[in-house]
Design a protein around this ligand. Structure first.
Ligand code: FES
Length: 270
């Protein structure tokens, strides 16, 4: 975070502490239960949020070297991220062009991807390199049967991908069939803030995958307030962070919440 932003937030939060207030929406918001349980809505969210918009796929340090790859299923789409020999980060549908088997699983290092089903091989750039017994496939043009590329982007030490082509929401300058993502347009002003963290210089330590059987919004909504800290986290977080005091800033599709540690009273007035 930029120092000026830190100072602004510190002043705002100190004022909230002094006044016994917090950032609030203009009015009480009533959230219909169907937002979490309606299957048709969930399908729409999958299409409009997870498939159309850029998704954060991880830090750049996850794939630092040429040949590094990561295969994950996101919103029902098997995605393969690869660092090419040219250093560029690319994304593909992890679907063999022969009969649809995934050509890679997990993460690791590869020089080529060999489909485990019948052995078709693909280069790091997605090109179809080899078809065993190619004489059995007369008329199949290898140059048009590479892995399907997906739009990808890398900025501020972070990797983004989109699960389908087509216009990138909030990025009118990006051509419809572009394989690039305008990450800064997507971040709506947060890019500079992320730069201050210097994520590009980070090293990969570990990752953990959690898939609880809940609507995805619970994972977000339950974190969007410090109101629950004194009751739910009475003996853990509550002694460290003030309950129901916070600042909120919106950046396009994104939001930043900032809470206050009790220890920050040491710099009150400074
Ligand atoms: Fe991949 Fe057959 S499904 S080679």
């Amino acid at each position: 975070m930029k120092r000026e932003t830190q100072l602004e937030l510190a002043r705002e939060l100190q004022a909230h502490v002094r006044n016994g207030s917090t950032a609030l929406a203009p009015e009480v918001f009533r959230n219909p239960v169907a937002a979490y349980s309606d299957a048709a809505r969930a399908q729409l969210e999958r299409e409009r949020l997870f498939r159309a918009r850029p998704l954060f796929m991880g830090m750049s340090c996850r794939l630092p070297n040429p040949g590094d790859f990561l295969a994950e299923e996101i919103a029902g789409v098997p995605v393969l991220l690869v660092r090419g020999q040219d250093g560029a980060l690319r994304a593909f549908a992890n679907i063999c062009r022969h009969r649809g088997a995934p050509v890679a699983s997990g993460c690791g290092q590869a020089r080529v991807f060999a489909c485990p089903y019948h052995g078709w091989t693909y280069g790091l750039d997605g090109r179809l390199a080899g078809i065993p017994e190619q004489a059995s496939f007369p008329g199949v043009d290898k140059s048009t049967h590479g892995l399907q590329p997906l739009p990808a982007g890398e900025r501020h030490g972070m990797i983004f991908a989109r699960l389908c082509k087509g216009p990138q929401p909030q990025a009118a300058a990006v051509a419809e069939d572009a394989l690039e993502i305008d990450v800064d347009a997507h971040l709506s002003g947060l890019g500079e803030e992320f730069d201050a963290y210097r994520f590009a210089g980070y090293s990969y330590f570990a990752s953990e995958w959690m898939a609880p059987a809940i609507n995805w919004k619970f994972g977000i909504d339950t974190f969007l307030e410090a109101y629950h800290l004194p009751a739910l986290h009475r003996t853990t977080v509550a002694p460290l962070i003030r309950g129901n005091v916070g600042a909120f800033d919106a950046y396009g599709d994104h939001g930043r919440m900032t809470f206050v540690r009790f220890s920050s009273s040491a710099w009150d007035g400074k």
